[in-house]
Design a protein around this ligand. Structure first.
Ligand code: ADP
Ligand code: MG
Length: 247
């Protein structure tokens, strides 16, 4: 089986009245089915732009792209609707796509149950913690059965402690559901603990600077325990150096 996502020599320039902004330059990347990829790079380098290209929201100025599956998109804010209860929020994506079949509703019910939200179905978003809300947002995304999940800094609105456990939960759910995932994050530890490969981008315009395949001696671990692996800090230091944030 070939890659599920393949970008070849992709460039993108934004046009505005002030001129042209090159955001992505000759970027190539392929992702295998079931792989979990983390993308890190300097702020403003073009990470969100890359996800928008993958989602088909922006057309690249140059290059070719192949995406062999349905895309699900998860953003920093959970975008839950405050007047809908949790069950009805989780069903929103299906409703918009007019796919509220009994099978799909049953699937959402089973996800809510499996991921600890069964007792909160009739609650409203404001009655839930930030972490639970992010779980609802993930279930809403999973409901439409995407093959590929794009996650744009989905944990950055959470405080540090919550962020640790929520990234752990969300990472485990994505593994369990056997999805392909592309996560953009500015948190190096999060990137390493969740991913099979960490892609480091250059500053704008983004291109791939270095790829780190992650192989930790603690296997079949929840991501949070991955941080205990002896190699963890070596990956951290190598990626930190590659990011070159002080330059
Ligand atoms: P990142 O997600 O890595 O922080 P973005 O992909 O959001 O970066 O943006 C990359 C660059 O492109 C930034 O310098 C940003 O200001 C610029 N940019 C983003 N969107 C637009 C737009 N619609 N028009 C012009 N410039 C944009
Ligand atoms: Mg961004």
């Amino acid at each position: 089986m070939g890659p599920i996502v393949s970008l070849q020599d992709i460039s993108l320039r934004y046009h505005s009245i002030n001129g042209e902004t090159p955001a992505v330059s000759h970027l190539s990347l392929s992702v295998d089915p079931g792989e979990f990829i983390s993308i890190v790079g300097p702020s403003g380098c073009g990470k969100s732009t890359i996800l928008s290209i993958l989602a088909g929201q922006l057309a690249p100025s140059e290059g070719t792209m192949e995406v062999n599956g349905n895309i699900g998109y998860m953003l920093q804010k959970d975008h839950l609707l405050h007047w809908r209860n949790i069950r009805s929020n989780a069903l929103l994506g299906l409703e918009i796509q007019k796919k509220l079949t009994p099978e799909n509703i049953e699937y959402v019910e089973s996800l809510l149950k499996q991921y600890g939200l069964a007792d909160f179905k009739e609650h409203f978003p404001w009655q839930l913690s930030g972490g639970m809300r992010q779980r609802v947002a993930l279930i809403r995304t999973l409901a439409v059965k995407p093959d590929i999940l794009l996650l744009d800094e989905p944990f950055s609105a959470l405080d540090y402690q919550t962020r640790l456990s929520v990234s752990d939960e969300i990472g485990s759910i994505i593994r369990q559901e056997k999805k392909t995932a592309i996560l953009v994050t500015h948190d190096i530890s999060e990137a390493i603990s969740l991913a099979d490969r960490v892609i480091v981008l250059t500053k704008r315009p983004a291109t791939v600077k270095k790829i780190f395949p992650i192989c930790l001696s603690i296997t079949n671990h929840p991501p949070i325990q991955a941080r205990e692996a002896p190699e963890f800090k070596d990956y951290f230091n190598a990626i930190w150096k590659e990011l070159d944030v002080h330059v």
